[in-house]
Design a protein around this ligand. Structure first.
Ligand SMILES: C[S@@+](CC[C@H](N)C(=O)[O-])C[C@H]1O[C@@H](n2cnc3c(N)ncnc32)[C@H](O)[C@@H]1O
Length: 209
């Protein structure tokens, strides 16, 4: 016998009321895209590269929780020369991990949002979980940084999986996300299905055997 499965998907205004409390450059529309795509992602993992204080992680987390899944959030929590560092009064770099944990717990998403404190490429190389249905990339934003992150996780993505890149439409000299994503599209690896604010939403193309 087949029983229906009921899911309670919260309206975006409810989710935004919580995630907006976490400091971030991610806009409301961008956060809502992460929520929407996490609600419709397949049964595989949801993975994020670049969590900072957790706004994007929790936007994904609300969708993952509503559909009975988890989000793995990769960040070494040291900041970088593009996104900035949090430092003490002597200029020593402080980890953002404590604030990330506090924010995730504040939104009651601990257990759904699972941190992986690691360099992103290392995390991709040693990935031992199931395949990935949704990947959000918001780590180091040079062309090489973005390609390194993508390539480290590419083999764990399925054909048709969505990969969302932050800062695609960002006109900053040191940023190369647009170049990286356009190159991947030109090489037939993925295709851009939409852009929202600075984000590019892409879909992995079928691989040739
Ligand atoms: C722009 S912030 C992410 C913002 C976040 N998505 C949000 O919602 O606010 C970029 C993050 O990437 C992390 N990062 C940069 N390079 C990394 C690397 N190679 N491995 C892991 N994390 C990295 C930094 O520590 C920083 O927290």
């Amino acid at each position: 016998m087949c029983y229906g499965v009921f899911m309670i998907i919260a309206p975006w205004s409810y989710v935004w009321n919580y995630v907006k409390r976490i400091d971030s450059a991610l806009t409301e529309r961008e956060s809502s895209i992460l929520y929407q795509y996490s609600c419709i992602a397949g049964k595989g993992c949801i993975v994020e590269i670049g969590s900072y204080l957790g706004r994007s992680s929790c936007s994904l987390g609300f969708g993952a929780r509503a559909t009975g899944r988890v989000v793995f959030c990769v960040d070494h929590h040291k900041g970088d020369d593009q996104s900035g560092h949090i430092t003490d009064q002597n200029g020593n770099v402080l980890s953002t991990f404590g604030s990330f944990v506090k924010n995730v717990k504040m939104l009651n998403l601990w257990g759904t949002v699972i941190p992986i404190v690691s360099d992103s490429v290392e995390a991709g190389k040693t990935w031992n979980k199931t395949y990935i249905d949704l990947l959000f990339i918001d780590g180091y934003h040079t062309k090489v940084g973005c390609l390194n992150d993508f390539n480290a996780f590419y083999k764990h993505l399925r054909d048709g999986s969505h990969v969302i890149f932050h800062d695609y439409e960002r006109n900053i000299k040191t940023f190369g996300v647009k170049e990286a994503v356009n190159e991947l599209q030109d090489n037939g690896i993925l295709s851009i299905v939409d852009t929202v604010d600075s984000m590019a939403i892409t879909k992995i193309s079928p691989r040739k055997l």
